[in-house]
Design a protein. Sequence first.
Length: 133
Amino acid sequence: MIRPGWKVYASDGTEIGQVDEVAGDENVDIFDGLAVAASALAKPKYVPAESVTTITEGRVDLSLSSADFAETSEFLEPATSAQIEPADHRGLGETIGADVREVEGKAIHPVERQQSVGLVRRVYLWFRRAFGS
């Protein structure tokens, strides 16, 4: 329901930024939180779903004050992962170990670790916010 470019407001009514991304999985209706950018090229900050109080068309209200928002952590791009089916275990070799975890009977091997949102990605997100998806 929430879209990039929507304005985000603190609990005191101050506009604190715009939505860059919605974290979660819309295919299974999971809302984890928001990546909110305070300015055009600022690194987005992560706002957990628990801090969202009201969602209306084009606007998201938070339970956080402006000062609390300033203290939130930077949004990290989700790590990509590959699912390895039990019948297709070729190529794992020595990679099976601490990095592989099992979810619902399937091995999940992280391909990348979470990383900061880079400058090029921030520029892309700004254009997406400014000119629509």
